[in-house]
Design a binder for this molecule. Structure first.
Ligand SMILES: [Zn+2]
Length: 256
C-alpha cells in the first residue's frame, strides 16, 4: 500500500494539528489527526488508487450484503430530504442534475423527475451503475474533460457520501465547481464527525459542520443552508449526517 504523509492539513493548510486516535485495519495502523479547522484526516493516508480499488472490490461487495430494498429506501428518503432542502433556492429551469457516486441512482433520478429534467450519474461499481442506467439515469464514465460550454454544465450536483472518500477534497471540489452552471446548486452529504462509527479506514477525512462550511465557502461557493440529520440511537442533538447546500458564486464565474 502506498501512503502519503501530510505535513499540513489538506483541508485548510494549517500545521496546527495533533494526533487524535489510531485506526487499525487488517494489520495496518493509521492515525486520525485532529486539526484546528475542525476536521480529521488520516496521516499517513493511502492513495486514491488504493481507495478506488478497495471500493470496487472490497467495500461494495460488503455493503451490498444488505438487501437492496434497504439501500433503495435510504436513497428515496435522501432524495426527499434534498428536495425539501432545495425548496425555493433553485433559480434555473429544468435543472440538469448530476449525482456523483450515484450508486443505484435513485437520488438523482427522483430529483430530476421532480423538476421535469434529466439525471446524469457517475458510479464506479458495475452492478449499481447498470441499475442506475436501467431506471433512466444517463451514466457517464467520469467528468468529461472536453471544452466547457453552457450546455455541459450542471444546475444541481449531488455529492453524497463521496467527499470523505476523496484523498484530495479541494481538487475534487474545484473539478465540481468547473462543471456547474452559474447559480448552480451543490449538495454535499457526509458523515458527521460526531458519529464515531464513521471513524474508519474508508474515510480519509471526517468533517465537522464548521470545517465543511469553511472548506466549501473557500472554494467559490456561497453557503445557503446546512444541517445535521439521522439520529444516533437515543442521543439527543447528535446526528449521523451533515448536509450543506451551497450555490456557485456568480462573481467567480471564471473557470479556475
Ligand atoms: Zn485543517
Amino acid at each position: 500500500m502506498e501512503v502519503k504523509t501530510h505535513n499540513n492539513c489538506p483541508l485548510c493548510g494549517s500545521d496546527k494539528y495533533s494526533f487524535h486516535r489510531d485506526i487499525f485495519w487488517e494489520g495496518y495502523e493509521f492515525s486520525y489527526m485532529t486539526c484546528r479547522c475542525g476536521g480529521f484526516f488520516l496521516n499517513p493516508m493511502p492513495n486514491q488508487e488504493w481507495y478506488d480499488e478497495k471500493y470496487t472490490n472490497d467495500f461494495w461487495p460488503r455493503k451490498t450484503r444488505k438487501p437492496r430494498w434497504f439501500q433503495w429506501k435510504k436513497q428515496i428518503q435522501k432524495a426527499e430530504h434534498f428536495i425539501k432542502m432545495i425548496g425555493d433556492t433553485l433559480i434555473n429551469d429544468k435543472p440538469k442534475v448530476l449525482d456523483v457516486g450515484c450508486s443505484y441512482g435513485y437520488v438523482g433520478r427522483i430529483l430530476a423527475m421532480n423538476y421535469g429534467s434529466r439525471a446524469y450519474g457517475i458510479e464506479p461499481s458495475i452492478r449499481e451503475r447498470e441499475w442506475a442506467r436501467a431506471i433512466g439515469v444517463y451514466m457517464m464514465k467520469g467528468f468529461d474533460t472536453g471544452e466547457q460550454t453552457d450546455k455541459n454544465l450542471y444546475d444541481i450536483v449531488i455529492i453524497s457520501h463521496v467527499l470523505e472518500n476523496m484523498v484530495s477534497p479541494r481538487e475534487f471540489l474545484t473539478q465540481i465547481y468547473n462543471k456547474m452552471s452559474p447559480n448552480g446548486i451543490l449538495i454535499i452529504d457526509t458523515p458527521n464527525i460526531a458519529h464515531t462509527k464513521s471513524w474508519h479506514i474508508w474515510h480519509p477525512y471526517l468533517f465537522s459542520r464548521e470545517c465543511l462550511l469553511n472548506l466549501v465557502g473557500s472554494m467559490g461557493f456561497h453557503i445557503m443552508k446546512d444541517g445535521t440529520w439521522g439520529k444516533i440511537g437515543m442521543i439527543p442533538y447528535r446526528h449521523k449526517y451533515l448536509t450543506v447546500l451551497a450555490v456557485k458564486d456568480e462573481d467567480t464565474d471564471t473557470y479556475r
